[in-house]
Ligand binder design. Structure first.
Ligand code: ATP
Ligand code: MG
Length: 470
């Protein structure tokens, strides 16, 4: 069945907001809304969470419009289970509160409603629009950057403040249709991430959209539209204007959800990685024998495998891998300047951490954990007497050993050292004592006495990154 075309003229609104501060060459033109009826798309109610359906129906019953929007519609169309279900409505937060007993309003400037079902909640937002008067602009924009968008509007207006066309599809609970003002459905079918409006303008409004473009392209296996990718390299430095706390959130979304390696490569390709991790980028630029790129790539590959297997991944571990090469470089420099090795490493670690935390505000305890992992690397070489036993009991031993395994895999440390520590951990008490006798360590690091039969029977070459990690 053919969709219904209705012609609207909304471009005035989107370009209205940017014409003062940023150049734009969008000509006002007619925009079509396309309604995809139930038979024209693949979303079925059985894919939608029971709680989200309850909220949608309850709003409808109370006389309001209610839609699913954003990532959940995009993911449902791919047959994937969405991370969460976002609802939008024409009801104001106060009206929403009257409809639901289990409702809490959050946010001071822009109020959102959370409808609780036990510990789960569904977020409900009121349609918003982008500013379209000079007064609005003064409130909302500074140097082209969007400071807040908190003016209520209609669905037709809500569309234009969204980032990508595939994120601007609305599933209407009234007739189960999908409402599309921006060509998102066609882009979705073609697998294209395309910004709504003029890309450079939209990136200037909110530079985090550059990271989002990469994140969605990788996660969905989509391509970034040509015009949408063009300004990335040039505008990447705008990420410096983003608060470090927000970039920490983005860092987690970019690297902790199972697509870290591809994300890393794509961020580097578009010059975005260096805007997030300047010291790491400097270090990567003069890599030798594939290090540290190989080391970072192995760690990301490993952590992607863990996510796929439902195992936890720790952000500080990845951060410690990212920054390791930079710390080593700086320490070397300090040693050349005459500092002894230990303080050189300590000072280098502090300096790199404080530079990085200004960009990406990771919590303080992570900095401490990273320093532990780095410091412990120097202790793996000490294999005689009581020292290896002491190292085993260190609370950060496991992470530090995983780190060592990755270094060996990337050629940064001798594989024999890893094999010795694997054997040492698996050995019986008396064997452990024998292994720590002076002169024993190097000459016969035993490969024989693994406790774990499965592990022993599998040659190292056949072990998965996870097994090497464990
Ligand atoms: P995810 O699966 O990662 O949650 P998502 O698309 O739902 O993806 P959210 O950050 O949850 O992403 O945002 C929900 C929706 O809000 C987006 O789909 C988009 O329509 C809109 N949105 C979010 N962030 C921005 C932004 N920075 N600029 C414009 N629109 C945004
Ligand atoms: Mg979401």
């Amino acid at each position: 069945m053919q969709g219904i075309f209705i012609i609207f003229n909304f471009f005035k609104k989107i370009i209205g907001v940017v014409s003062e501060s940023v150049e734009t060459d969008i000509e006002p033109e007619a925009t079509a809304v396309r309604i995809y009826t139930r038979s024209e798309h693949s979303i079925s109610r059985s894919q939608i969470s029971e709680h989200a359906l309850k909220v949608l129906y309850q709003l409808k019953k109370s006389g309001y419009d209610s839609y699913l929007v954003g990532g959940c519609v995009r993911d449902l169309l791919l047959g994937r289970e969405p991370k969460d279900f976002d609802v939008v409505t024409n009801a104001t937060p106060e009206q929403i509160k009257k409809v639901f007993r289990n409702c809490r309003l959050i946010g001071r400037r822009f109020r959102l409603a959370h409808i609780y079902f036990g510990r789960d909640y569904i977020e409900v937002a009121t349609f918003r629009r982008v500013a379209d008067s000079e007064d609005d602009e003064q409130q909302v924009y500074a140097n082209g950057q969007l400071l807040r968008d908190n003016i209520y509007g209609t669905l037709e207006e809500d569309v234009w403040r969204r980032d990508f066309t595939v994120n601007a599809l609305y599933y209407n609970i009234r007739d189960f249709s999908v409402v599309d003002y921006t060509g998102g459905m066609v882009d979705h079918t073609a697998g294209v991430i395309k910004l709504i409006g003029d890309p450079a303008t939209r990136y200037r409004e909110d530079p985090v959209r550059m990271l989002r473009a990469v994140r969605f392209a990788v996660k969905l296996g989509f391509n970034i539209d040509h015009e949408t990718q063009k300004p990335l390299m040039e505008l990447s430095q705008l990420l410096h204007t983003i608060p470090s706390a927000r970039l920490y959130e983005e860092f987690l979304k970019l690297f902790m959800f199972g697509y870290g390696l591809q994300t890393f490569e794509m961020l580097r390709h578009y010059g975005l990685f260096g805007a997030l991790f300047p010291a790491v980028e400097r270090n990567l630029e003069h890599e030798a024998h594939g290090f540290p790129k190989l080391f970072i790539a192995k760690a990301l590959e490993n952590s992607d495998v863990r996510v796929a297997e439902g195992l936890p991944v720790t952000p500080y571990f990845l951060l410690s891998v990212f920054l390791w090469g930079a710390v080593q470089d700086l320490a070397k420099q300090k040693i050349q300047e005459g500092l002894p090795a230990t303080p050189a490493h300590q000072i280098a670690a502090s300096e790199i951490i404080s530079e990085q935390v200004k960009r990406i505000a990771f919590p303080k305890f992570m900095g401490i954990a990273m320093r532990d992992v780095w410091y412990l690397q120097s202790r793996f070489g000490q294999r005689t007497g009581a020292r290896p036993f002491k190292l085993l009991t260190h609370p950060r031993f496991k992470a530090a050993f995983d780190f060592l395994v990755l270094r060996a895999a990337a050629g940064d440390v001798d594989a024999e050292l890893v094999e010795w520590w694997q054997a040492f951990q698996a050995a019986e008490d008396n064997e452990q004592s024998a292994m720590t006798q002076p002169g024993h360590a190097k000459k016969d690091a035993p490969r024989r006495r693994y406790r774990n039969k499965n592990y022993r029977n599998k040659s190292k070459a056949n072990r998965t990154p996870k097994e090497l990690h464990d």
